[in-house]
Design a binder for this molecule. Structure first.
Ligand code: EPU
Length: 357
């Protein structure tokens, strides 16, 4: 028990509820304690216009939260935390080769991946078991095992807070990049309400990422999207700590991108460092750098680096968000000192990291 006062709804209209001084402990996968001045759950897209029209509401900072699996509350949120809890999956266009499927922001990502496989669609199997909501998926362009969600996003429906209207952004307008998109770059403007996916019926298996082929061979049988999903689920379960058991937000650091010259120098000094080509640049394995800096499994009180995967920071019990952030800064400092490489957090740190340094 948190010992907090019971949160009670102070307002409820058609399609939303508002709670004052709300606990966020059960709303973030790190399971750290934090509070929001106001917590607004939106059950219907149409309620957004009404909620944002409330006097005083649009003057407060707004944080849009999905399932809280890709952020760290390093402190309380001084304004409004808004959560899309809308549901629904529907086929909006059908061709012999593929369907366009519209999914509400509040649907759980992994449930949707599972649904797509049961319906006989291909394309999302490598993204199985990623925590979080469908609405959050395009924001940081979630990716795993050689596939990024942006490849399958046809368009995104969003509430534009500047213009106070619902808009549809094309794939190109979303400007997807490695763990990045328009929505991540302009968090104060966009609120994702639904995502349209182009889902092919014909499988084009992507199994070249390290480990997948071996896992498939161990499973035996023919390679189908469902089999690939099973192989990915096995790899993830083995390699990544389960947020239901130990608080975490998946990869805490992005794999750093460096220029070719820097990568060549680092490879000469450290031949075992895994690298991947990324356009003009080279992507380095952040997990390898952290482990080589001697930090895998390192802990400071209840916060630490996972002993299963060096990219994941964990809450062993009652760590605060500030404790986790202190560990993150220690990791960043050590890797910079040892390798001259700057690590960047992948999850959002709220309130802003700059104010906490
Ligand atoms: N490695 C280590 N120590 C470790 C773990 C990994 O040295 O403790 C090295 C290994 O050599 C391995 C390499 O790092 O070959 C890469 O590891 P892994 O395949 O686990 O992938 P990653 O680069 O650490 C990225 C994504 C993950 C995604 C996996 C699989 C980022 C920041 N992370 O991790 O995404 O699941 O690839 O595709 O891009 C997430 O974003 O939350 C996430 C889990």
């Amino acid at each position: 028990m948190s010992g907090y006062a019971v949160d009670a709804a102070i307002a409820a209209g058609a399609g939303y509820t508002i709670v004052e001084n709300a606990s966020l402990e059960g709303r973030n996968s790190f399971r750290v304690k934090a509070r929001a001045h106001l917590l607004v759950d939106i059950h219907d897209d149409d309620a957004l216009a009404e909620v944002f029209a409330f006097r005083g509401l649009h003057t407060q900072p707004v944080l849009v939260l999905g399932e809280g699996s890709n952020l760290l509350f390093a402190g309380d949120w001084p304004g409004i935390v808004l959560v899309m809890t809308t549901r629904g999956i529907k086929v909006v266009e059908s061709t012999p080769a593929s369907d366009r499927v519209r999914v509400a922001a509040g649907e759980n990502w992994n449930d949707f991946v599972h649904w797509s496989l049961v319906q006989g669609y291909a394309g999302l199997e490598n993204l199985t078991l990623i925590p979080g909501s469908v609405g959050a998926a395009p924001i940081q362009n979630i990716g795993a095992y050689g596939v990024e969600v942006g490849e399958h996003v046809a368009s995104v429906r969003a509430w534009d807070r500047h213009e106070r209207q619902h808009v549809t952004l094309t794939h190109a307008e979303c400007a997807f990049a490695y763990r990045d998109s328009l929505f991540k770059r302009e968090p104060d403007r966009w609120l994702v309400t639904a995502v349209d996916f182009n889902l092919p019926r014909e499988a084009a298996p992507r199994i070249d990422y390290a480990g997948i082929a071996d896992e498939l061979a161990a499973l035996g049988g023919t390679v189908t999207p469902a089999r690939i999903a099973e192989a990915v689920a096995r790899l993830r379960t083995r390699k990544l700590p389960n947020p239901a058991v130990i608080g975490n937000a998946g990869s805490f650091f992005k794999n750093p991108l460096v220029d070719a010259e820097t990568a060549a120098m680092l490879r000469t000094l450290h031949p075992a460092l895994p690298t991947w080509p990324a356009g003009e640049r080279v992507k380095l394995s952040a997990a390898w750098l952290i482990e080589a800096a001697g930090l895998k499994g390192w802990r400071d009180g209840h916060a630490g680096v996972s002993d299963l995967h060096a990219l994941v920071l964990v809450n062993h019990g009652s760590a605060s968000g500030a404790d986790v952030w202190r560990v993150a800064r220690h990791v960043i400092d050590r890797v910079r000192h040892r390798f001259g490489v700057e690590l960047e957090p992948e999850p959002r740190i709220v309130p802003q990291a700059a104010t906490l340094a």
